[in-house]
Design a protein around this ligand. Structure first.
Ligand code: PLP
Length: 362
């Protein structure tokens, strides 16, 4: 069997969830959209089933899979419904529903429902993606309550630049939110991972009854480019690994792989590993991207191909056929690989495919 696999440490996932709640001082919806950022939504939700305050997903299809697997905790649809006919299912399966646009309010007003909804009304406080305009927020809130279809409204917004720790935009967005919600007594949900980890000084007024929405930090990856003390307390959940399937010795001056993107500067021992961009390893990772071989640091050399890639064994005489190569996990940070490949850890983890996932610590 091909040795490529992704090990998923569910105890680490649980540890990170507990840390999110502890640091944020509020209830937390574990964000498990996109198959838990590539980690397996059913397994991740199951390990927190008796513990999480709730879960959040991007769409009803993801929520129904969790319900079918027996998850009874609250599940929030982060984009609400895409078509009004989802409302019947939302009520039937007792899902919580973001409302980010006035067309959604109109749809709720028009639709007969088997039970009242729990709605999370989203404000556009400056990201300008979805959310009601500040001037429409109070009216939207009134209309939802007046519709008779809504039992509860939670107020929420989303930050565009909370990962930039020296930027004032998060404080500005928070001020817009506070003004728009003035006079509305309601539970509030503001913080994703970077806001939760990076901006404690901005949220002294958050109450235990409010709601955090941590995603990336649950998987043990940092949302920041720079070091951060709380990030050191996260435990990586995914380890992407494979093995060396072929070794060759090259004299100086020989090219390796497609396009001869690497040419040996010295006599070089090359290890070929069963891992490629079809597995989700980024093709844009350049020569020099860190890997760990039998626990020793080394580097990628040459272009990543679909099913194989090449690593430098020259300084690792003990390593050879069958040696274990870690691409990210406990030895190599997924964020560093992402930075080398000019992307973010979110994308690397979501893009995982073809590789069997092996969960432990249920
Ligand atoms: C995905 C998402 C989150 C989680 O964000 P992270 O940066 O992964 O913590 C929180 N809130 C909303 C609305 C989201 O779409």
């Amino acid at each position: 069997m091909r040795p490529a696999r992704a090990l998923i440490d569910l105890q680490a996932f649980r540890h990170n969830y507990r840390l999110a709640r502890e640091v944020g001082g509020a209830r937390a919806l574990a964000v498990v959209k996109a198959d838990a950022y590539g980690h397996g939504a059913l397994e991740c939700a199951a390990v927190l089933a008796d513990e999480a305050d709730g879960f959040a997903v991007a769409m009803i299809e993801e929520a129904l899979e969790l319900r079918a697997a027996g998850i009874r905790a609250p599940i929030l649809l982060l984009e609400g419904f895409f078509e009004a006919d989802e409302l019947a299912l939302i009520a039937e399966h007792d899902l919580w529903c973001v409302v980010h646009s006035s067309w959604q309010i109109e749809a709720i007003e028009r639709t007969a429902l088997s039970r009242p909804l729990c709605v999370w009304l989203k404000l556009d406080s400056g990201m300008h993606r979805v959310g009601l305009h500040p001037a429409e927020f109070q009216q939207g809130h009134r209309r939802l309550l007046a519709s008779g279809k809504v039992a509860k409204v939670v107020l929420m917004t989303h930050f565009a630049r909370a990962d930039e720790l020296d930027h004032g935009r998060t404080a500005e967005q928070l001020a817009v939110f506070e003004t728009a919600r003035e006079g509305l007594a309601a539970e509030v949900s503001l913080r994703n991972s970077p806001a939760l980890l990076g901006w404690p000084q901005l949220f002294p007024q958050q109450r235990p009854s409010d709601w955090l929405r941590p995603g990336i930090m649950l998987y043990g990856a940092t949302p920041f480019e720079e070091a951060h003390p709380l990030v050191d307390r996260l435990r990586p959940v995914m380890t992407l690994e494979s093995k060396i399937i072929c070794v060759r010795e090259l004299p100086a001056g020989e090219p390796v792989g497609y396009g001869a993107r690497f040419v040996s500067e010295r006599p070089t021992r090359v290890g070929v590993v069963a891992m490629g961009y079809a597995d989700g390893y980024p093709r844009h990772a350049p020569s020099g991207t860190p890997v760990s071989i039998d626990g020793q640091p080394s580097r990628l050399i040459g272009r990543v191909s679909m099913d194989m890639l090449t690593v430098d064994l020259t300084d690792l005489p003990q390593a050879g056929l069958g040696s274990r190569v870690e691409f990210w996990g406990k030895s190599v940070s997924v964020s560093e690989v992402a930075a080398r490949a000019e992307t973010i850890p979110y994308q690397l983890m979501c893009n995982l495919k073809r590789v069997p996932r092996v969960h432990s610590g249920h």
